[in-house]
Ligand binder design. Structure first.
Ligand code: SF4
Length: 346
């Protein structure tokens, strides 16, 4: 039977306000419902005990509260990183990762089932794209993780799992508004990062967002030749167009951009590559995350040596380009960048 009731988690607070108003329910109830779902972890209307019974009946008549099922959980022995596989309503599956650190619980969430962009080093794009995730399905990844860690507060969010978040713009931004809302997860905008492979129409839209959400751009190559080889999206949105829009973003928003750069031996990790990257980013307020490639069985790539990584970083430094070398997390459970959905089938 087709399910006609809408998942309550597909509504922003404003949308729920209006919907409840149209049902002649006092709009302030929307905040209560939000608190029950996102702060007290209610999985059904029966658990929302301070709502009057007639209201709970109206809600269950019109809406549903979908909860996700964790079908696989892996915990890294190296650093406690947890990787989750969630079953979706239509039997598709999606992954999310919890990265615990001192005083921080960061979740890395997926935005699509599969990915259209097929970057050469990324397991997530191997099977192509199946569909966008709904807002509620994005939020359910965070809620499912929160339940699994017994309600411990999630402090940071990175939209860096499977998919291109800016190509599923409306659902992703609505989910972020709920994560940011004091009645939702209450996570500060600056603790939420949206990562893009360089989808320029999405970056242009993102420029108009009022909330101070962080932007991260996956670069991975400092010339069109290298970048197009690693990231086919570069054939459509070239490096010079991408850098133009990045410079515009930094100027208009007065914000910095974090550039992700996965280091692959023999492909983009030479001294010449470091010099080209320095020139590309010259004078642009931002930071580069250098990520030594995680060897994954489906790919023949290898990371450069520690010495080569350090030399690469030194060249950036000599050109006044800020960078950090990102520590690998969850490498033993394939939870590191580009390793989601590599070995999972349901
Ligand atoms: S790196 Fe990102 S954009 Fe590229 S294939 Fe993987 S998920 Fe898609």
């Amino acid at each position: 039977m087709p399910q006609t009731k809408k998942d309550l988690k597909d509504f922003s607070l404003d949308e729920l306000n209006s919907r409840l108003k149209s049902l002649r329910v006092e709009p302030y109830r929307a905040k209560q419902v939000f608190e029950w779902m996102y702060q007290k972890g209610a999985k059904n209307f029966g658990e929302m005990t301070d709502l009057p019974l007639p209201l709970r009946h109206i809600l269950s008549d019109k809406f549903r509260v979908l909860t996700s099922e964790i079908i696989k959980r892996q915990i890294s022995k190296l650093d406690g990183t947890r990787k989750y596989l969630f079953r979706l309503d239509d039997n598709e599956a999606v992954e999310a990762v919890l990265i615990p650190a001192k005083g921080r619980q960061t979740v890395c969430l997926s935005s699509q089932v599969g990915c259209a962009y097929g970057c050469k080093f990324c397991a997530s794009g191997l099977l192509g794209i199946k569909r966008d995730l709904r807002c509620g399905e994005i939020l359910e990844q965070a809620l499912g993780i929160s339940r699994d860690i017994k309600g411990a507060r999630i402090t940071n969010v990175v939209m860096m799992g499977t998919g291109e978040p800016l190509a599923n713009y409306d659902n992703v931004m609505k989910a972020i508004s709920v994560m940011n809302s004091p009645y939702g997860f209450g996570i500060g905008a600056r603790k939420i990062t949206v990562s893009t492979a360089g989808y320029i129409p999405g970056i242009k839209r993102f420029m108009d967002e009022k909330a101070q959400i962080e932007l991260s751009v996956s670069l991975h190559g400092a010339t069109d030749e290298t970048r197009s080889y690693l990231m086919p999206i570069n054939k459509k949105y070239t490096l010079s167009e991408l850098m133009k829009v990045c410079r515009e973003y930094v100027r208009e928003k007065d914000r910095i951009i974090t550039f992700e750069y996965v280091l692959i031996k023999g492909v983009n990790a030479s001294r010449e590559d470091a010099t080209a990257l320095s020139k590309l980013l010259k004078g642009l307020p931002g930071k580069v995350n250098l990520i030594p490639f995680n060897p994954v069985s489906s790919f023949n790539f290898m990371p450069p040596s520690g010495k080569e990584v350090k030399e690469f970083q030194d060249i950036l430094k000599n050109h006044d380009v800020n960078s950090t070398i990102r520590a690998q997390r969850g490498a033993d459970i394939d939870a590191a960048c580009g390793q989601l959905r590599l070995r999972e089938t349901i």
